[in-house]
Write a protein that binds this ligand. Structure first.
Ligand SMILES: Nc1ncnc2c1ncn2[C@@H]1O[C@H](COP(=O)(O)OP(=O)(O)OP(=O)(O)O)[C@@H](O)[C@H]1O
Ligand SMILES: C[C@@](O)(CCOP(=O)(O)OP(=O)(O)O)CC(=O)O
Length: 394
């Protein structure tokens, strides 16, 4: 190595992903190997993403990491596994301009500093660990010039957080559970890219941005140990659903896609209830959102919107197209309006063009929204003020 003064830095940005067929349960806790395949949709990186900068310098005397500006420990097994696996694949790096020459073996002695920022709530059931570990592994691989492709990197990100393996690709992604004991065949593959079904619109209703009480890791461990429904789901239900979901995505068959997505989310939450002690991730507001979507879908005779909830109360709503998304925004804002002194611009975040299509520019437009016909006579669906905010994404 040359002088002691240089710093080599790489920055990467990785989106989060939301499962439409859920991963819930591990057959190996250390390697993070799942009990079933899962399928997810990767969100638009412009709205919910992690940005991570990794740096290496001979002047660094230990590996360190800052998450959202606060130093966190890298001593946990998951961070250590990712660092070790990428270091083992590091290659020679030379930057003549900066006088940097790092031989393959030097990487074992060099330390890294990591600064990561999530532009959405961390540990609130919006898959921050997915975007976070995918971004960490991707950035480290670039820093160390590892030659592995994204499939191979996904098997490393998986060891940080299972769902992270699916964030290395855009579009719809499948995590193949694999069979090998060492986890070498448990990795993610892209089913279709983001252009394949670009009329879909995803809206996230953030019911709470508070850190959840039961982490996914703890929750799924308890489910594996106590839920009979989980065993049945992994063995009998998911294998069939995965095939049907792949077909629905391939054929852009929104009816089947919505039916499978909603059913799988509901079964995942049923597994949580079947766990001892039971886990409650959704709350009353989540249930009201489900009711709102179910009533609308039913009144139309064909699904307009699919809903799915991860390990938290926040709703991920996937609309068939822009028209359905526009109507959805109107219905959501009617049932869950911001308080009258709130700023609409901080209530609806992200791509605001659908809000514009819906003819909503300020709080007065929200107040003038007519009640959705399908909720007439349902007192529980009348106006309330419980949503934290809405994201428009994808
Ligand atoms: N940007 C990041 N870089 C590295 N690690 C991160 C990052 N963001 C989050 N994490 C890790 O992920 C943990 C949060 O994961 P957790 O599974 O509890 O919540 P979540 O991923 O937001 O929700 P869920 O997986 O249920 O949707 C954090 O405590 C931290 O260890
Ligand atoms: C409900 C889920 O979001 C669970 C995600 O669990 P994590 O990937 O966060 O769990 P660990 O592997 O223990 O880190 C469903 C999914 O993303 O498939």
């Amino acid at each position: 190595m040359a002088e002691k003064t240089w710093v080599r830095m790489v920055t990467a940005q990785t989106p989060t992903n939301i499962a439409v067929i859920k991963y819930w349960g591990k057959r190996d806790e250390t390697l993070i190997l799942p009990v079933n395949d899962s399928i997810s949709v990767t969100l638009d990186p412009a709205h919910l993403c992690t940005i991570t900068t990794v740096a290496v310098s001979p002047s660094f005397d230990q590996d360190r990491m800052w998450l959202n500006g606060k130093e966190i420990s890298l001593s946990g097994g998951r961070y250590q596994n990712c660092l070790r696996e990428i270091r083992a694949r590091a290659c020679e790096v030379e930057d003549k301009e900066k006088g940097i020459k790092i031989a393959k073996n030097d990487w074992e002695k060099l330390h890294v500093h990591v600064a990561s920022y999530n532009n959405f709530p961390t540990a609130a059931g919006l898959a921050s660990s997915a975007a976070g570990f995918a971004c960490l592994v991707f950035a480290l691989a670039k820093l160390m010039k590892a030659k592995e492709d994204n499939c191979e990197l996904s098997a490393i990100a998986r060891q940080g957080s299972g769902s992270a393996c699916r964030s290395l690709f855009g579009g719809f992604v499948k995590w193949i559970m694999g069979k090998a004991e060492d986890g070498s065949d448990s990795l993610a593959v892209q089913l279709v890219d983001e252009k394949h079904w670009d009329e879909l619109v995803i809206i996230i209703a953030v019911v709470s941005s508070r850190q959840k009480e039961t982490s996914s890791t703890t929750g799924m461990r308890d489910s594996v140990e106590t839920s009979l429904l989980l065993q049945h789901r992994a063995k009998e239900v998911v294998p069939k659903r995965i095939k049907q979901m792949e077909e629905a995505i391939k054929n852009r068959d929104f009816g089947s896609f919505a039916q499978l997505t909603c059913a799988d989310s509901n079964q995942f939450h049923a597994v949580c209830l079947d766990t001892c002690p039971p886990i409650f991730y959704m709350n009353d507001t989540s249930h009201r959102i489900i009711s709102c979507v179910e009533k609308w879908n039913c009144s139309e005779g064909t699904p307009q919107v699919a809903y799915t909830f991860d390990a938290g109360p926040n709703a991920v709503l996937i609309a068939h197209n822009r028209k359905a998304a526009t109507q959805l925004i109107q219905k959501l804002l009617f049932c869950f309006p911001p308080s009258s002194d709130a700023d609409l611009n901080s209530y609806v975040i992200g791509d605001k063009s659908i809000l514009k299509d819906a003819g909503i520019e300020d709080i007065m437009d929200v107040e003038a929204l007519p009640p959705p016909p399908e909720i007439k006579g349902c007192p529980e669906m009348q106006r309330r003020c419980e949503l934290f905010h809405l994201y428009e994404t994808w």
